[in-house]
Ligand binder design. Sequence first.
Ligand code: COA
Length: 152
Amino acid sequence: MEIQIRKLDNNEEIPYDLLLLADPSIEIINSYIHRGICYAAYADNEIVGIYVMIRTRPLTLELVNIAVKEEYQRNGIGKRLILSAIEMAKKDDSKVLEIGTGNSSIYQLMLYQKCGFRIVGVDKDFFKRHYKDKIIENGIECIDMIRLKMDL
Ligand code: COA
């Protein structure tokens, strides 16, 4: 499958359907999307994946949203998006790239560690504090955010 990854143009519609796959809260998405840098994976002209980076501290970027359309998952696109984010952060001269995921997001934890992220902490009760509805994934309640980072 021919996939191209490039910055989302300002005149392109924000693919909320994709962003919501990674983050069920539209309020939280809206809190970062307009200050974020958005890259999309295109198959022909269709957006099949997305990632969003924000600057959180000097020399530090965080990958705050990454998602691949369900029918395109397990084809290596997620991994390519992460590698693209790492390249983009290096070109930006950032020194640290961070990402957070739920304690129940087992496959995401696999993917991020395969791409070189290391677990550095746990933001306890993050999802209880910030999300109204209970999130259950892989039969596990999503309560804590596992924090991962990579030195660039
Ligand atoms: N079962 C087992 N392993 C899985 C998996 C699954 N359903 N999904 C991802 N993985 C892991 C595997 O380790 C896989 O490596 P492998 O192919 O060598 O076994 C690795 O992830 C890479 O998979 P890849 O095909 O590149 O990922 P993807 O294109 O499916 O995208 C996500 C991964 C997480 C972006 C995608 O599943 C997604 O959009 N999920 C919903 C949104 C989401 O959860 N975003 C992250 C929020 S923190």
